[in-house]
Write a new protein. Structure first.
Length: 351
């Protein structure tokens, strides 16, 4: 019933719809609900400790026997100079004073690490059907070990060059991430020169450039967007915003309100929260930080998280998501069903 069945066949799913792996928002219950309903549930594991990762893998195994996707970050750790640190404290001081918070002490240290040996050991002990990566890929040996266990590998590309790089290193499908995407930009080849290509330009060019299925991501939240992605050559879609406020999601403070009040102009791409560009709902903090040189990812959390924890909506920075006004409502399975029905109706198919 879908015009392209390659992704369904590859991943062992009924519907070529991937619920995006939103770290901090996804839960095993949410992931399992999407997978049990025929889509691909994805768990954002980038910020989990190895112990929590093993616990969540166990929970998923008990909740579904369908394909699930576990997602990780492959960023290159970076340092910050003492001068940059001092400049950030100076820029932050008025905001900390307004929030009644204390400036962070000492130089920052990463709050989480990129994908490494500990995470790989967890996956090899109980391999999921799909492992996906953001910000590139881990070492070739890790990819080979996962593939030997039967895992399918996905990763995000924001340009044709990134897509070709991923395919040359063995990914089974490419996620073409347009500039419209909520959450973090997946760029990795040129961190300081984001091409900012929109999905409708990026998608057909990636489809023409690689010989693996291409998954469209960016601003898709209803059946019309899914149908448009297939018309441009996609074999599937990855959707985040439509699942952010699902009943099973881990709801961050103020996030449901921001999503439900979202409009076409309520988000902007910012480095204010983490140090890497991410599309989030605008707040006074994000607007104020537009002229401030953020710390490298993920060191920026050292400066931003204390404000988030001390203050209300004004200093929020991780209220990710776009096209909120188009998203369905209800639990995760109900939302997936709504997306499937709407897409097939738009494409003129019948279940």
């Amino acid at each position: 019933m879908w015009p392209d069945a390659r992704l369904c066949d590859l991943l062992g799913i009924d519907h070529p719809i991937i619920q995006a792996p939103m770290a901090g928002t996804t839960t095993p219950a949410m992931v399992a609900a999407v997978s049990n309903a025929g889509g691909l549930g994805s768990h954002g594991c980038a910020t989990l400790s190895p112990e929590k990762l093993a616990e969540d893998i166990e929970a998923l195994a008990g909740a579904t026997n369908r394909s699930v996707n576990l997602n990780f970050f492959c960023h290159e750790p970076q340092d910050i100079s003492e001068d940059h640190h001092a400049a950030l404290l100076d820029a932050m001081r008025p905001h900390y004073d307004a929030a009644g918070a204390t400036l962070p002490e000492g130089m920052p240290t990463p709050s989480f690490q990129p994908f490494g040996a500990a995470q790989l050991d967890c996956l090899l002990a109980r391999p999921p059907a799909v492992v996906s990566f953001h910000f590139g890929l881990p070492e070739d040996a890790a990819i080979a070990a996962l593939k030997e266990k039967g895992c399918k590998i996905l990763s995000s590309a924001t340009t044709v060059a990134e897509a070709r790089w991923l395919v040359a290193r063995g990914v089974d499908a490419v996620i073409a991430q347009g500039w419209e995407s909520g959450g973090h930009r997946g760029l990795f080849l040129e961190l300081e020169n984001d091409a900012q290509v929109g999905l409708f330009s990026l998608l057909p060019q990636v489809v023409d450039a690689v010989d693996v299925p291409v998954i469209a991501a960016g601003g898709i939240a209803d059946g019309r967007g899914i149908a448009a992605a297939f018309a441009l050559g996609a074999a599937g879609v990855q959707i985040g915003t439509a699942f952010i406020t699902a009943d099973e999601a881990n709801r961050k403070p103020y996030h449901p309100e921001a999503v439900e009040a979202g409009t076409d102009e309520s988000t902007r791409v910012t480095r204010a929260g983490s140090g890497r560009p991410a599309r989030a709902h605008r707040t006074p903090w994000i607007d104020a930080m537009a002229v401030v040189d953020a710390a490298p990812f993920p060191l920026m959390y050292h400066y931003s998280r204390p404000l988030l924890e001390a203050d209300g909506p004004a200093h929020q920075f991780s209220l990710y998501g776009q096209s909120a006004a188009l998203a369905p409502s209800g639990d995760a399975a109900t939302r997936l069903e709504a997306l499937v029905s709407s897409a097939l109706e738009t494409m003129g198919a019948r279940r």
